[in-house]
Design a protein around this ligand. Structure first.
Ligand code: HEC
Length: 178
């Protein structure tokens, strides 16, 4: 084999190696992102079912959503609490809510990367996934789809923002896992 052929052969082997390794690497990344997207889609659907199928029906029977639902015999949890309660039951990964101006500190972005991702959602993306210090983070945008979202947040004792209005970007459902 001439020197030129040797160089060409090694080059060919290297390229072939890269072709085999790269897609596998990408597939690994993609499946984590995909997993995050599927969890977010499921949680969103569960919350919608809770709002439309449970809260709406309960209201007709005089049962209302109340943040203090534990103490209220005629109150059940709010949609945000429903999501957080599901999160509390899950041991294998984190599920929660994030707010741009959260009512509670526990709902604030946990890192610069999370802030960056929230900003991407504020910019118009519906869902984003990313890597943050060895963790995969997925976020699904949350908007004040009805005036009621804005009203309740504006009137809450803990609010730092009192001018929420219908259509505002408010935060995200978030998943974090290793
Ligand atoms: C009746 C009051 C009420 C209504 C209506 C309501 N929320 Fe909330 N929301 C809360 C409370 C209370 C929390 C904090 C729950 C917790 O962390 O325990 C919260 C939390 C959130 C958070 C997490 C960030 C934060 O502010 O702490 C987002 C995002 C959010 N709500 C969006 C919405 C959207 C979107 C709607 C309408 C579809 C909505 N909320 C309707 C009371 C309400």
């Amino acid at each position: 084999m001439s020197k030129g052929t040797k160089v060409l052969t090694s080059f060919g082997v290297a390229v072939l190696g890269l072709l085999l390794i790269l897609p596998a690497g990408y597939a690994g990344d993609m499946s984590k992102g995909k997993a995050a997207e599927m969890v977010l889609a499921t949680v969103k659907a569960a919350r919608t079912v809770f709002v439309k199928g449970v809260l709406a029906d309960a209201k007709k029977g005089g049962i209302k959503g109340n943040e203090d639902w534990v103490k209220d015999d005629h109150g059940i949890m709010l949609p945000a609490q429903f999501v957080k309660e599901i999160g509390k039951e899950i041991r294998s990964f984190e599920l929660g809510l994030l707010g741009t101006d959260p009512l509670y500190a526990s709902n604030a972005a946990k890192s610069p990367k999370e802030k960056e991702m929230l900003a991407e959602l504020a910019g118009g993306k519906k869902m984003v996934t990313g890597e943050d210090g060895g963790k995969t983070i997925g976020m699904s945008a949350d908007f004040a789809i009805v005036q009621g979202c804005a009203d309740c947040h504006n009137e809450h004792a803990k609010t730092t923002k009192k001018d929420w209005k219908k259509g505002d970007f408010m935060g995200a459902i978030v998943v974090r896992f290793k």
